[in-house]
Design a protein around this ligand. Sequence first.
Ligand SMILES: [Zn+2]
Length: 334
Amino acid sequence: MAGSPDSLVLMQPTSPNQFSAATSGTIPTLETVTDSLSVVALPLPPGNVPCTLSYLLADDRGGIHVIDPGPDWGENWGILVSALAARGKSVTDVASIVVTHLHPDHIGLAGRLREPSGAPVIMHGSDAAALETPGDPVRMRVSELSNWGVPADRRPELTALTLGPATVAEFLVDRTVEGGELLDVPGRSLRVIHTPGHTSGHICLREEEQKLIFTGDHVLPTVNPGIGLGGPTSENPIRDYLASLDTVAAFDDHEVLPGHGYRFTGLTERCTTLANHHRRRTDEVAAVLEGQPDATIWQIAEQLTWSSGWQGLRDFSLLSALSQTELHRELVHS
Ligand SMILES: [Zn+2]
């Protein structure tokens, strides 16, 4: 990780509004981050996290660039339109739609926003390719249930899962990026950083002048992001994820604008915590395998420490836990 211990910025929430909402499980109100940037919280169906943070970045020519338009659910379209109106804008002023990764809680409203505005939808080529590949990345994982040793009575809750990119088929990705590009946002310097791990085509975006970094689901303030939840990869996604943490940890002087939770500073410290979590997890899996070399993924996973407890893991969080256990076993064996 970049930065020596005495130069580290300690992790600190920068929005009392978002921080108190996140700690009480409520939805934060619309807020202004800078003169040119607002953040609107779009609620998610009950489950993991209460909402997605969607960012509205104004350029110098009257255009608005939406970073992660959020889930197409409930009243969200109206909430997004109101957030634009609060900046004196309408959907026809949207100049581009940038998506950090392919998940419906980030990309959901992109199609509805693209239609009236004609704004291009921009995402990484790898996630765009995964969207165009028939089949659901989560379903692909579910096909491995029998190999994982999942007891028969726990399989239905997993086979019922889908990431359901149902809304995704409604539009095409207009422009793909690979990382390193400066996006066309007049008066702003918004650069793409490829951060594979959560999905293979996950991107972060850095506003170089204002020292802001939009981290999508790569770095979240309180949650350990799931890993390998996109299309197929040639490298173990945990290895990719650790390398991607190193990439963004260099921007310790930036304010972090994540896809969920709250804005904060102290990116290097957060990256170190997230990386340590995975290194510890690999060590834990190695320790289990030492005593039980033939343990199934299920048998390994039930012996690991989980923040909500092994018994508390259900549905998507159970699938994510099993999937990550498999990735860590692969690292132990490599
Ligand atoms: Zn998300």
